[in-house]
Write a protein that binds this ligand. Structure first.
Ligand code: ADP
Length: 188
């Protein structure tokens, strides 16, 4: 079983690239953002808790997303491989993921990290707000908080994975097709 992580700041293009990777490789795409938005749409208790946190640009508690990921892995043991998008986002989540994959006799094959400067992140999210209408994209203060949370809580994962030797960096400030061609080189 292959396990890949799409990593990067909000708005770096993880969702866009995930769709293209899945078309080519047939891996199961698991986006914690999409899973949380589905909970919100369905009006579940989890969704209600998450909505408030997401709309102010904070991270949902580790236990919640870890539980969602565990369920997906357990339910899809016949998958060809997994592409995680937006997970892990904290060191704690990364450690739990390593433990979970070890239980299934697997490990993270590669972390595909799409890089993008803060000012471009901000511009892209502002633009996406007009197209997709996501509440957490609409307010500049929320976007700034997401960028801050990325630097303080998520970026430390770069060194975590560099230490494991499976970290791959891709410049996200290029056309979609070019980013995709770079990404795909790192996938089996
Ligand atoms: P983006 O990458 O553009 O920020 P996502 O759809 O990945 O969008 O995530 C949207 C929001 O969902 C995040 O800002 C966060 O509040 C929540 N979220 C998604 N994944 C996680 C995670 N792994 N841990 C905690 N919160 C998460």
């Amino acid at each position: 079983m292959n396990y890949y992580i799409l990593f990067g700041p909000p708005g770096a293009g993880k969702g866009t690239q995930a769709k293209l990777i899945v078309e080519k490789c047939n891996y199961l795409h698991i986006s914690t953002g999409d899973l949380l938005r589905a909970e919100i749409k369905n009006g579940t208790q989890l969704g209600k808790t998450a909505a408030e946190i997401i709309n102010r640009g904070d991270l949902v508690p580790d236990e919640i997303v870890q539980g969602m990921i565990r369920n997906k892995i357990v339910e899809n043991q016949d998958a060809k491989g997994f592409l995680f998008d937006g997970f892990p986002r904290t060191i704690a989540q990364a450690q739990v993921l390593d433990g979970m994959l070890a239980q299934f006799g697997g490990k993270v094959d590669a972390v595909l990290s799409i890089t993008l400067d803060d000012n471009l992140v901000f511009e892209r999210i502002r633009h996406r707000a007009e197209i997709e209408g996501r509440k957490d994209d609409a307010d500049p203060a929320t976007i700034r908080n997401r960028i801050e949370n990325y630097h303080s809580k998520t970026e430390p994962l770069v060194n975590y994975y560099k230490g494991k030797g499976n970290y791959c960096e891709i410049d996200g400030d290029r056309p979609i097709e070019e980013v995709f061609n770079s990404l795909i080189q790192f996938i089996k």
